[in-house]
Every structure is written in structure tokens, then in C-alpha cells.
Design a protein around this ligand. Structure first.
Ligand SMILES: Cc1ncc(COP(=O)(O)O)c(C=O)c1O
Length: 394
């Protein structure tokens, strides 16, 4: 065997020894709470499809219609010939969506949230800039910070006193604070009103990754800025469209000059093939649903399920994190223990992912339960009871 392959296999064996090997399961049905998985019927609490839109018939029809209108692929990057009428309409709609929160807003559609985050951080920050990053930020923000070549300082989770002193000590003319809105592995919310006040005081950008808030938070599902009624020219907002919106991609919304700068300078926007226009076309229907009566009903049902879960699950040995969002983690601790619990649930037809380091800190391996408006109260009860029994069994 070649030395290179042998070296990799040795490292893979170390991953196994720490119970850290990740495996992909193959689904054979649309994303929904009731899925066909490896040939079995399962009840899933895994996806980020918080409103249950991923298989919504109206959105599926719109995707098909989009393919009939525009074909399968875009054929080129946005700045060459891949920017379709569907992309343009979607961006206009998204800008209207955030208009109450960001004056003179424009929006820019990206293939993924990962790319959008890298684009924002690498194009708006740079060498000589100070970038302040929350310690629990998503990997895409961490990678974007590295690529930006800014001086990166990580502040502890939720520690705004520390952030305030870092900002006060900064002499950089370009300062940026970067945070998830809903922390993806913990479910808690960043204190955005305080963060924004600090950013305005110190003339810093506030980059908000609302991957888990867009569609879910706020009266009209416009996300965390609507939830907190925030508005400022310092805001650079990123919302993903493959989670609550049920389709794919992401967008950045900000003052029109920020967006124009991204069009001119953001490499993950410029140097990649535009997403299929059919996706943008389908997203227009998704936005109709999110801001209409159906979206409100779905959000209300999700809130009822969250309250039910929080009231019913009171673990003794494990820890249910205090979260008001659809992300409801249960901290188990050791990697192998978390894997064992997830396997025992799986045996009972319940699919819940075990999340281990490096995604979460060592000794905080957890079940990441996600609730969706597509779940029923009886399904939530089924998972609560299964967990209670497993904890009692020890
Ligand atoms: C907080 C956060 N930001 C960004 C992303 C990346 O978004 P996308 O899946 O669209 O690449 C994710 C999830 O994948 C996320 O959880």
C-alpha cells in the first residue's frame, strides 16, 4: 500500500477509536418527519426544515415550472450569462422582505450559506481590519474569518463585556463583529440588540448569520431582525434558503452599496456557476408561503411543539439546553454514550443525530433534536417518552 494511503488509514483508525467516525444514511423519500431510511420507516428529528416546506406541493410544482421555463442549469456565473430573470426577481423579493429592517437594501442570492458567509467576510474585511468572532459561530464564518486575512479575535459565547473591551481597544479603521443569530448546535439566541448598540458605538459592521432564524423568527418570518425590530446601516444580514425556506441557497441583504461591493469583489459570488434558475423560481413560492397566512400557522404550530417539548422533557442525568427555538439539544457528554443513545433511538424507529466534536466542544456530545411544523404533538410525545425510558435504563 502507498505510504500516503497508509497514513490516511491510520488517521481514520484514530477517528474510530474516539467514536468520531461520521456516516451518511441514505434517505429514499422527500425530507419530512416520516422518512424511508435504509429501507425502514423512520420518524426523523434531524432536518432544518423547520416549517415543513421542503416537500410542499406548491414549491415542488414551482420547481418543475421553473425547470420548464428556464431549463436545468444556469450555464455560467452571474457576471457572465447565468443571471436569469428568476434570480433577479428573487433578489428583489428578498430585498422587500428585509426593507423594514435595512434602509436602501438590496439582496444578493448565493448558491449556499457557506459561500455567502465566506463572501461577506472576505470581501468586507481584510488585512489591517479587526474581526471579532463569537466562539460558537458556524464553521463557514470561521473559515470566512480565516480567508479574510483580518486580525481575528474570538470572544467567549455571549460575553459582550469582553467584546466591548476588545472593540474599545481596537484602532483598526475597519471593524467587524460576526455572529450566528440562533446558535446552530445550542439553539439559543445572540443578544443582537446589545451587539448592534456596541457596533454602532464603535462604527463596526455587524454580520448576522440567520441560517436558523430566517422564515421562523419574527411575525412574518423575516427572521431575527424582525424578531428584535432592529434596523441599522451597519447590519449585514445572511439568511439561508435551504432550511426553513425548504429549497436551497442563501442571500445577503444590506445597504445597496454593500451589495454592489459584493458583486464587484466577492470571489464566492463571482467565480462560480449561478444556481439553477428553477431554484430561484421555486423560492418565490416559498417566500409567498412564509409571509402569508400559511407561514403564520406553521410558525404558531412549531411554537406549540417547542413549548410541549420543553415542558415534557426534564432529564436528570443529561442536560436539556435552554432554547426557545426549534433546535433542542440534549447534552449527553461522552461521544460513545451519545452514539449509544442515538443507536437505541434508531432501533425504535426514531432518527436523531448525535453531534460530536469538533462540531461541538469535547465532552458535550449531544443529541441535536430539531422540531418542525410538520411534526405532530403525538410524534413529539413519542420521542420524549423514548428518551425518558432510555435515561432511566442508564
Ligand atoms: C449557522 C449556519 N450558517 C451557515 C450555514 C451554511 O448554510 P448552507 O447549508 O446553505 O451552506 C449553516 C448550515 O449549514 C448554519 O447552520
Amino acid at each position: 500500500m502507498s505510504k500516503l494511503i497508509a497514513g490516511l488509514e491510520q488517521q481514520l483508525a484514530q477517528i474510530d477509536a474516539q467514536s468520531l467516525r461520521r456516516r451518511r444514511r441514505i434517505t429514499e423519500s422527500p425530507c419530512a418527519p416520516r422518512v424511508q431510511l435504509d429501507g425502514r420507516d423512520m420518524l426523523a428529528f434531524c432536518s432544518n426544515d423547520y416549517l415543513g416546506l421542503a416537500a410542499h406541493p406548491r414549491i415542488v410544482n414551482a420547481l418543475q415550472e421553473g425547470a420548464s421555463l428556464y431549463g436545468a442549469g444556469s450555464g455560467a456565473s452571474h457576471l457572465i450569462s447565468g443571471h436569469s430573470r428568476a434570480h433577479a426577481e428573487l433578489e428583489e423579493r428578498l430585498a422587500e422582505f428585509v426593507a423594514p429592517q435595512i434602509a436602501d437594501a438590496r439582496a444578493l442570492y448565493f448558491c449556499t450559506g457557506y459561500m455567502a458567509n465566506i463572501a461577506i467576510l472576505s470581501a468586507l474585511s481584510g488585512s489591517g481590519a479587526d474581526l471579532f468572532s463569537e466562539s460558537l459561530n458556524h464553521a463557514s464564518l470561521i473559515d470566512g474569518a480565516r480567508l479574510s486575512r483580518a486580525n481575528v479575535q474570538v470572544y467567549p459565547h455571549g460575553d459582550l463585556t469582553r467584546l466591548a473591551s476588545l472593540l474599545a481597544a481596537s484602532t483598526a479603521s475597519n471593524k467587524m463583529v460576526v455572529t450566528d443569530s440562533v446558535f446552530s448546535m445550542d439553539g439559543d439566541l445572540a443578544d443582537l440588540p446589545q451587539l448592534l448598540a456596541l457596533c454602532e458605538q464603535h462604527d463596526a459592521w455587524l454580520v448576522v448569520d440567520d441560517a436558523h432564524g430566517f422564515g421562523v423568527l419574527g411575525e412574518h418570518g423575516r427572521g431575527v431582525l424582525e424578531h428584535y425590530a432592529l434596523s441599522s446601516p451597519n447590519l449585514v444580514y445572511m439568511g439561508t434558503l435551504g432550511k426553513a425556506a425548504g429549497v436551497a441557497g442563501a442571500f445577503v441583504a444590506a445597504h445597496k452599496s454593500v451589495i454592489e461591493w459584493l458583486v464587484q469583489r466577492a470571489r464566492p459570488y463571482i467565480y462560480t456557476t449561478a444556481a439553477p434558475p428553477a431554484i430561484a423560481h421555486a423560492l418565490l413560492t416559498s417566500l409567498d408561503i412564509i409571509e402569508g397566512a400559511e407561514g403564520s400557522e406553521r410558525r404558531a404550530h412549531l411554537q406549540t411543539l417547542i413549548a410541549q417539548w420543553r415542558g415534557a422533557l426534564q432529564p436528570q442525568r443529561w442536560q436539556a439546553l435552554a432554547s426557545d427555538t426549534a433546535i433542542q439539544p440534549v447534552i449527553i457528554g461522552a461521544n460513545d454514550e451519545a452514539m449509544k443513545i442515538a443507536a437505541a433511538l434508531y432501533e425504535q424507529g426514531l432518527w436523531v443525530p448525535a453531534i460530536r466534536p469538533p462540531t461541538v466542544p469535547a465532552n458535550t456530545a449531544r443529541l441535536r433534536v430539531t422540531l418542525s411544523a410538520a411534526h405532530t404533538a403525538a410524534e413529539v410525545t413519542r420521542l420524549v417518552e423514548a428518551l425518558q425510558q432510555l435515561e432511566l435504563r442508564g
